[in-house]
Design a protein around this ligand. Structure first.
Ligand code: A3P
Length: 299
């Protein structure tokens, strides 16, 4: 396994508007194949705004389905190969669509960061299960900032205040956080096969969230197995696990920041100034005034 590399690690991609959303070419280059993706009824789509806990839930699902049946998978195949990133078209590894099309396992676990309106329509037509994970907007901002600093495949973040301003203006890759989390929340009203999870709930009680996930998926996983999974998906074990910590991805500079960084609720308090926090709260109130969706910024 070569790991994901980028041809020119020093030229970061630029954001441009695509279907109304700020994107980079790595996620639009294969667009026709993404749009026409043929989902199967038992596919499970893991959808998130970046940094909401995608890898965490991907690994939970992978262990729930394949933890016992395919032990070699656990030691030799990094999580990004087991759970293809649908819209990705990175150099060196196959596109997300190719990886998904060639997955030998059932169900296929597929990850996307696309906002709900850009999800390929076959997922809805096939009534696929969708697991959406949301995380509070402030911790996402902090996590996203550090991720952009260390990931040469992401646009240049600038300093913290520049990054935060762009994020508040909806000018981050994948667009406004507000629209993303509210889009999937609204979709639940007309499409019942969405399980909406919160990062903060997972931090508070991972076992309970694994339990809820099993109910949604119709799995009767034995309790000892669930306990084992809760241990395996703990932050410290995922950070140590080379199959889940992205350590082989050359585009990531771990000297700048680790991928498995802190895994906490409330790290925003170490980054936001008092003034930034006030401005953020003001905007947040406006943007979220029409939704019933609620987040905790501490647990
Ligand atoms: P931080 O940067 O705040 O530490 P994604 O997988 O969507 O990119 O999300 C990455 C974020 O989820 C990072 O947040 C990472 O540390 C956190 N994370 C990943 N696995 C985790 C786990 N097992 N427990 C808690 N947080 C986890």
């Amino acid at each position: 396994m070569e790991g994901i590399d980028f041809p020119s690690m020093h030229s970061r991609p630029e954001l441009f508007e695509f279907e109304g959303i700020p994107m980079v070419h790595y996620f639009t280059d294969n667009w026709e194949n993404v749009r026409n993706f043929k989902a199967r009824p038992d596919d499970i789509l893991i959808a998130t705004y970046p940094k909401a806990g995608t890898t965490w839930v991907s690994y939970m699902l992978d262990l729930l389905y394949f933890g016992n049946t395919a032990p070699e998978r656990q030691t030799s195949l990094p999580i990004y190969m087991r759970v293809p990133f649908l819209e990705s078209a990175f150099p060196v590894i196959p596109t997300g669509v190719e990886l998904a099309d060639n997955l030998p396992t059932t169900p296929r676990l597929i990850k996307t960061h696309l906002p709900v309106q850009l999800v390929p329509k076959s997922f809805w037509e096939q009534n696929c299960r969708v697991v959406y994970i949301a995380r509070n907007a402030k911790d996402i901002a902090v996590s996203y900032f550090h991720f952009d600093r260390m990931n040469m495949g992401q646009p240049e973040p600038g300093d913290w205040s520049t990054f935060l301003k762009n994020y508040m203006d909806g000018k981050s890759l994948y667009g406004p956080w507000y629209d993303h989390v509210c889009g999937y929340w609204e979709k639940k009203k007309t499409y019942s096969n969405i399980h909406y999870m919160l990062f903060e709930d997972m931090v508070e009680d991972t076992g309970r969230e694994v339990e809820r996930l099993c109910s949604f998926l119709g799995l009767s996983t034995p309790s000892e197995e669930k306990e084992r999974i809760v241990k395996s998906v703990h932050f410290d074990s995922m950070k140590q696990n080379n199959m889940t910590n992205y350590s082989d991805v050359k585009a990531l500079d771990f000297k700048i920041s680790p991928f498995m960084r802190k895994g906490k609720v409330g790290d925003w308090k170490n980054h936001f100034t008092v003034a930034q926090n006030e401005q953020f709260d003001e905007l947040y109130k406006q943007k979220m005034k029409n939704t019933t969706l609620q987040f905790r910024t501490e647990v």
